[in-house]
Write a new protein. Structure first.
Length: 61
């Protein structure tokens, strides 16, 4: 994964946090759930990136 993917995942996480905050402020459960889902998806992708980076470090030695 490239730097662009990492930035995109951070942006998705930030968007999810914003959606969840707006959902909380307006008592919009759908928006809260979408925000939480966006954050979860972004964090899963980030975990995959960390694993790939770690594997690359091991095999590059």
């Amino acid at each position: 994964m490239g730097l662009g993917d990492k930035i995109g995942n951070k942006a998705q996480e930030a968007t999810g946090k914003a959606k969840e905050a707006v959902g909380n402020a307006t008592d919009n459960e759908k928006l809260q759930a979408e925000g939480a889902a966006d954050q979860g998806a972004a964090k899963t992708k980030q975990a995959g990136e960390h694993l790939k980076d770690a594997a690359k470090d091991v095999f590059d030695k």
